[in-house]
Design a protein around this ligand. Structure first.
Ligand code: NAP
Length: 459
């Protein structure tokens, strides 16, 4: 059996070795998953909710271990890793609550002339066996955003975490089993996306592929999934607008944290800041001042703010994009330096519209600050993207806020907050090339259940 090494990119230390799931084992995995799906479908709402409530509690009890695991496998600063455990436990809790609420509705059959004498209602039934494919950047919480709703809806689930970060997913599975999850209802598959992931996407018997990851992989997967349902949570190059009446200090502090949390490796990380022209210089000075105070360190150090990206190649890629943007006319205001996999928090201004740093998802600790002259121009700049996951707007002007909320083409608009504001029960999912379908337990459960109409003819 082959073994996968999990290592910390910050210093190259090997953190663990885990057995890989051979692709040849998939037929047996599917068989076990199908029989677990039959068991899951028999559980009552109360039984499914109880498992999830207990697991949520146990996850909080395991917080020190889980947070350390997240920090070591992904390079996430330890304080952020602890916050991720809290959020993952909340995601399971919200899923449990939604298990209680999962319900259909009465259909007014006799609103049609030939519906007279009929009663109709809908039921939401489990799909059966579903598959989750998840990324490295929130290895616990984004996994629970699929596992929690799948269990709450009465499905069995096959979970392939990112190959760089399988450990927290494995730990979460052991917690769910200790909370009473039936055998094989959650099988964690360790291995590469290119082999194991592709094999899962092609496998028979899986009813839904719930994918979170990059846009190119998501697009490829959609083409290969055949008649399976597919939900895609993909990337973004998030914009934040700071209008001339904004509370500047609030906006600066939120943008610094939004740009550099998890070293910028967040799908809704602040990447493009558009600021009213008269505030541009002042904003940049305050922003750079705060960004320079961030401490670069080993993720296990308590006061670490910024640590390594997931791989050194990723840090090289982002640094190359910074160099390219500067050659194309941008000004490097701060940062840009790199030590192996760790990149300094970087600020540029005047990033040209055609530069990769503006058009693509950077997924690193880098932000471009450009100015606008009118609200029309600001909204057009925010919308000049093939992505549309979330955006932020800072303003005290009600009319301007309302226009931004209506006119920005994204799945979420955060007024007086940054693009990466999220609570785990809200509907979350992108427009345009940022994805298909929604997460947030209640919304994910709509994707993970089949709607059945039952009609009764009354005699
Ligand atoms: P990724 O490279 O697309 O990988 C995501 C998952 O897909 C991993 O488990 C990966 O396995 C697997 N995979 C890779 N190739 C595959 C294939 N051909 N078939 C099936 N599965 C395959 O993304 P990542 O680098 O881990 O994560 C960063 C990306 O995720 C960013 O673009 C970010 O914006 C996005 N993201 C989106 C959201 C959201 O909610 N919208 C949240 C977080 C992250 P391996 O690890 O083995 O390659």
């Amino acid at each position: 059996m082959s073994v996968r090494k999990v290592s910390l990119a910050y210093d190259g230390a090997v953190v663990a070795e885990v057995p890989e799931t051979p692709v040849s084992e998939i037929p047996q995995i599917l068989k076990r998953g199908e029989s677990a799906a039959r068991v899951m479908a028999q559980l009552s709402r109360e039984e499914r909710a109880s498992i999830l409530f207990r697991a949520s509690q146990k996850m909080l009890e395991a917080k020190p271990d889980l947070a350390r695991t997240i920090a070591l496998e992904s390079g996430k600063p330890i304080r952020e890793a602890r916050a991720e455990v809290d959020r993952a436990a909340a995601t399971l809790w919200f899923s449990a609550e939604e298990a209680h609420r999962l319900a259909g509705e009465e259909v007014p059959m006799d609103a049609a002339a030939h519906g007279k004498g009929h009663v109709g209602y809908t039921m939401r039934q489990p799909l059966g066996m579903v598959a989750a494919i998840t990324p490295f950047n929130f290895p616990l919480n984004l996994s629970m955003h699929k596992v929690g709703p799948a269990i709450a809806a009465g499905n069995s689930i096959l979970h392939k975490p990112a190959s760089a970060t399988p450990l927290s997913a494995m730990h979460a599975a052991s917690i769910l089993y200790s909370a009473g999850l039936p055998n094989d209802a959650l099988q964690v598959l360790v291995g590469s996306g290119a082999e194991l992931g592709e094999a899962l996407v092609a496998a028979e018997g899986i009813r839904l592929i719930s994918f979170t990851g990059s846009a190119p992989v998501g697009r490829g997967l959609l083409a290969k999934a055949g008649m399976k349902r597919v939900t895609l949570e993909l990337g973004n190059n998030s914009a934040v607008l700071v209008l001339e009446d904004a509370d500047l200090d609030q906006a600066v502090a939120a943008c610094v944290s939004g740009a550099y949390a998890n070293s910028g490796q967040t799908c809704i990380s602040v990447q493009r800041v558009y600021i009213a022209q008269n505030l541009h210089t002042q904003f940049l000075e305050k922003f750079v001042d705060l960004a320079r105070q961030l401490k670069i360190a080993n993720p296990l150090e308590e006061d670490c703010d910024i640590s390594s990206l997931i791989h050194e190649q990723e840090a090289q890629r982002v640094q190359a994009w910074i160099g390219e943007a500067v050659r194309e006319g941008a000004t490097l205001v701060s940062g840009g330096g790199r030590n192996k996999a760790t990149l300094q928090p970087t600020v540029l201004s005047n990033v040209q519209p055609g530069s990769k740093l503006n058009r693509e998802e950077a997924f690193g600790p880098v932000v471009g600050v450009n100015s606008f002259q009118s609200l029309d121009e600001a909204i057009a700049m925010a919308n000049d993207s093939r992505f549309g996951l979330q955006a932020g707007v800072f303003t005290q002007n009600l009319n301007a806020a309302w226009r931004c909320a209506r006119e920005i083409t994204a799945g979420g608009v955060m007024i007086n907050d940054v693009s990466n504001y999220r609570v785990d029960q809200m509907p979350y999912g992108g427009w345009k090339e940022s994805g298909l379908g929604k997460e947030g337990p209640r919304y994910a459960m709509e994707e993970m259940t089949a709607l059945k109409l039952v009609s009764w003819r009354l005699s």
